[in-house]
Design a protein around this ligand. Structure first.
Ligand code: BGC
Length: 250
């Protein structure tokens, strides 16, 4: 059995667990702490170090995969939509590696979720074009063709009707604007219509915390491709990061 640690840094919370890479299952509880106010690099690194220390001896020597809500190119964070702007241009991977005293892999959060769904979930064995979107603080996306990830797509930032799409359709927009499921679904319909028009996907997968309530909104959407909840719900980021920790950085 191969185990690895997956960490999912979000605009709102930081989650982590030890994952069994054969099954994609969590073999520990899911550790979760709020993202430190301001989302500053040093504070977030501290939280991750403490979280892994809190996993005890089971975490000793395990590979670590970390996912983050930004474009990540060769370990460098190129954007920062819902965290401190200090992340932009930061060589983040070595920062975590140094503090954790081991090699790590560092990737975009939605890409990690996409990898998890390809290996263990709703995209497993699916040919053609699969688009996974995470609906959370922002909207993340993973584009997968014939099981291969095309990294760093940023489909949450499509401009739709003059707005950054995630500012209208992310789950945080539902909460901010006090929308009921039907009202929010109208915004999602507009968003997914655009994705359908631009990409003609064969399958759309919806991840993020709200995917546990998928029954409240997915049946209200009318789209040509099937749209389903991520099998791993909000754990997809942790699971995918852990899975990617076994790969070489690129
Ligand atoms: C970021 C993406 C990220 C998504 C979900 C967006 O605001 O630009 O990189 O995947 O939020 O966290």
């Amino acid at each position: 059995m191969t185990h690895a640690i997956g960490i999912d840094i979000g605009g709102t919370g930081i989650k982590g667990a030890i994952i069994d890479l054969d099954s994609g299952e969590l073999i520990t509880e899911r550790f979760k702490v709020p993202t430190p106010e301001g989302g500053e690099p040093d504070d977030i690194v501290d939280v991750v170090v403490r979280m892994i220390a809190g996993m005890g001896s089971a975490a000793d020597g395990l590979a670590v995969g970390i996912c983050f809500p930004a474009v990540v190119l060769h370990g460098v964070t190129m954007s920062a939509a819902n965290v401190s702007k200090k992340w932009i241009g930061l060589d983040a991977a070595p920062l975590f590696a140094k503090s954790l005293e081991r090699d790590i892999i560092f990737v975009n959060d939605a890409d990690a979720a996409g990898v998890a769904e390809v290996r263990y979930g709703a995209a497993k064995g699916k040919d053609g074009l699969v688009i996974l979107t995470t609906l959370g603080t922002g909207i993340g996306s993973a584009i997968i063709f014939d099981g291969v990830l095309v990294p760093n797509s940023e489909l949450g930032h499509l401009e739709i009707d003059g707005h950054d799409a995630e500012s209208r359709a992310a789950y945080s927009a539902k909460e901010r604007d006090n929308l009921d499921w039907a009202q929010w679904t109208q915004r999602l319909q507009r968003y997914y219509d655009e994705l359908e028009k631009l990409f003609s996907p064969d399958l759309i997968i919806v991840g993020g915390g709200v995917s546990k309530n998928a029954d409240e909104f997915l049946p209200l959407l009318t789209l040509r491709p099937p749209i389903v909840a991520a099998t791993m719900k909000n754990n997809a980021g942790i699971v995918g990061s852990a899975a990617l920790s076994m790969e070489h950085p690129h």
